[in-house]
Design a binder for this molecule. Sequence first.
Ligand SMILES: Nc1ncnc2c1ncn2[C@@H]1O[C@H](COP(=O)(O)OP(=O)(O)OP(=O)(O)O)[C@@H](O)[C@H]1O
Ligand SMILES: [Mg+2]
Length: 339
Amino acid sequence: MASNKRKSPTTETKQSSYDIPWVEKYRPRNLEDVVGNEETLVRLRAIADDGNMPNLILCGPPGTGKTTSVHALARQLLGSAYSNGVLELNASDSRGIDVVRNKIKSFAMNRVNLPAGRHKIIILDEADSMTAAAQQALRRTMEIYSNTTRFALACNVSTKIIEPIQSRAAILRYSRLSDEQIFNRLRYVCEKEEVSYDDDGLGAIIFTAEGDMRNALNNLQATVSGFEHVSQANVYKVCDQPHPTTVRKILDSCVKGDTAKAVAEVKSLWETGYSCSDIIGTLFKVAKTYDLPEALKLEYLKEIGFTHMRIADGVGTLLQLLGLAARLCQKVQVSHVDS
Ligand SMILES: Nc1ncnc2c1ncn2[C@@H]1O[C@H](COP(=O)(O)OP(=O)(O)OP(=O)(O)O)[C@@H](O)[C@H]1O
Ligand SMILES: [Mg+2]
């Protein structure tokens, strides 16, 4: 038995910071360090200064800092009482109606020593996964204990929170982070971790992350542990998405109206093994920034959008992509004839 428990000293020394996921290692501890969403953060910082926290709903896309900011706010409000004064329930806990009735109520009734004028905080993370019945059970609880306890709900879509709860809380919205905000944060992490990188490599991470900081940091770490150097080619190998330059070439051929070439290029990309949704996703992202006359670009985006919809409906075949390429070529030919 004793030998089972023994830890070899080497495993302990190897437990370096290298093993911690960077998303956790670089999770901001206070509100000042949270990047982006300025308006929302100004409000949160004002709440932290003022000390009187209203019930809050934070909603927005994944990886934009909701969980991070709600914990930072609680830490700033409660200081050393943070561990006793906060109850966190997230989607991995059962949060049925019984939990709301028992666990939340008993926490709300508990006496806890807090700094003067502060409230206990109940964080309901991923609140959009709570059943409507459990949310209903929360309505009155929120009111009854309002002089000692405040609620902070984080979710991706605010419409999944029932209206009575929305009306009891201040709603703070998060949006995707801008390329520049992610770039600066990635550079900061690269410098701290002494990563060898080039700007094109970071650009590729930003391109694949689509405004999601968690995704960006994870891809950065995956690239570093796989290839050490963060370059464009290495990032696309790790993220396993079609290379935008290849996709750009397809668009080049479409704009020239060269159907045969565009079709051949789509085919060869397909044969490298990417799925339809990977290809159409990248095609959309590339087309968004592709230099085209406005009207033609809108037509292109519309066609790509329709095809994306069909693929999302389950018709993910090569034929869909080839049809799209042919239609994109046709658009240009038609507009040439018009002019
Ligand atoms: N605004 C930000 N500033 C700095 N780091 C961020 C920011 N947003 C996200 N991150 C990084 O991404 C990680 C995940 O963020 P967080 O848990 O706050 O996302 P979330 O908005 O709660 O997403 P989800 O909706 O998936 O729960 C953090 O640990 C942090 O490293
Ligand atoms: Mg979260």
